[in-house]
Write a new protein. Structure first.
Length: 257
């Protein structure tokens, strides 16, 4: 069973390996604090994302597109406006939008792989144990405190235990912990000591940071389904009404407005 699961997971394991290695390499190169290099890394990230999406279904491509749009907007709000965490150039690096797409795709790839599904139960309790201990340490022994991390952990638990896509959320823990630990260690970005929204101390990174990425995953998963449903409903409209919507007169009036 294990060997069969591995054989059937090759494609998803390749995506996972590309993302994990790419994250480490990208963040290491960005630690040289060269803005031109950072922009070049952004272009490379887009090439990689488009390349791996070539083998995916249209549904997954739509999910990735939504994840990129939502996460990028979140970056501009959380970092650009609220300064909850700050990048070393005080910008949103060019590789961040495609990076979010790769992070989401990797979580989906891991979740759908037979190998990950085979170990779902031990992985679930292992992840919750690690996050729980990390969060507990953050509010007891950590130097700067991490109450935001504890709150995020409490949000993460029901998502994993009773959510509609628990394997995706579990996979997000591995990808996001990997990138957050490397990114903060290299000082590519730094989480501020006090969260500007909650006014609570937070770690660098917060222990439950995976919950933020789970929000992106949830929006991508269910946002894509919602858009498809709306499109299907539009297709069921009477032909005369669809023709009226696309009539030149209507388009002309809309353009004038």
């Amino acid at each position: 069973m294990f060997r069969q699961a591995v054989r059937n997971s090759v494609h998803d394991l390749i995506i996972t390996a590309i993302t994990f290695v790419g994250i480490a390499g990208c963040l290491y190169l960005d630690s040289f604090h060269d803005l031109e290099l950072q922009n070049a890394l952004g272009k490379c990230a887009w090439v990689v994302l488009i390349g791996v999406l070539f083998w995916e279904s249209n549904l997954v491509r739509l999910q990735v597109l939504i994840a990129v749009a939502f996460a990028t907007a979140g970056e501009h709000f959380a970092s650009g406006m609220m300064h909850g965490y700050i990048y070393h150039f005080h910008n949103i690096p060019a590789y961040i939008p495609p990076g979010h797409g790769l992070v989401y795709l990797t979580a989906v790839a891991m979740a759908r792989s037979p190998l990950f599904q085979l170990w779902q139960k031990p992985v679930t309790w292992g992840v919750l144990l690690v996050m729980g201990l990390w969060s507990l340490w953050g509010v007891t022994f950590a130097e700067r405190g991490d109450w935001v991390g504890m709150l995020l952990f409490l949000v993460y638990v029901p998502c994993v235990l009773w959510g509609r896509a628990p394997l995706v959320y579990l996979a997000a823990f591995f990808v996001t912990t990997h990138l957050e630990l490397i990114g903060t260690a290299l000082k590519t970005w730094t989480w501020v000591p006090i969260d500007p929204v909650l006014s609570l101390p937070q770690g660098n990174p917060p222990s439950g940071v995976a919950a933020w990425y789970c929000l992106v995953d949830a929006v991508a998963l269910f946002g894509a389904n919602w858009l498809i449903l709306q499109w299907q409903r539009l297709q069921t409209l009477p032909a005369t009404f669809r023709q009226w919507l696309s009539a030149p007169e209507w388009v002309h009036v809309a353009a004038e407005d």
